[in-house]
Design a protein. Sequence first.
Length: 140
Amino acid sequence: MLIKRFVTASLVLLFVGAISADSYGASSRELCASSAKEFQKINRLKGYFPEELSDADYQTIQQAGATIKGNEEERIKSANVDANTRSLSKLVAIHAGHIEDRAKGDKVGLIEDVGHSYRFLFLSCRSCHQIYQTEAGLAP
Ligand code: HEC
């Protein structure tokens, strides 16, 4: 009788555990897949001359920066994040935030400034992959 209760309790615990592990939100892969899409948008748009870009393009850049920043904020919140990972995520969030903010500002020099922040963003994404995903050959 006691054994049966014990087994039932364990099963319930396992089930609850599985659900709460899931509710930590998106996995690292999902966050990165989302960021990678936005990263490519910035990469593409920063290659244009300012006179070729429309307001919608600047908005795309702004939203891309915001989404990447949000993804890192989400990653930091997940359960098994150590201090090193957190620093790397913050680095990405800072440079993505610079892109987001700059895209709202004065159009003069905007795309050059975004290009500048993009290089830092690239290196920040890359630093995490270089440390934790050395075999994956990811770009960045
Ligand atoms: C804090 C660490 C960290 C940061 C920062 C980070 N990544 Fe990742 N990235 C990972 C890990 C871990 C994986 C492997 C996930 C897996 O396969 O489970 C990954 C995988 C990827 C992948 C492959 C996804 C797939 O579907 O296989 C891409 C693309 C990627 N990252 C892009 C980016 C971009 C772009 C940035 C910056 C905006 C970034 N990552 C920032 C840790 C990070």
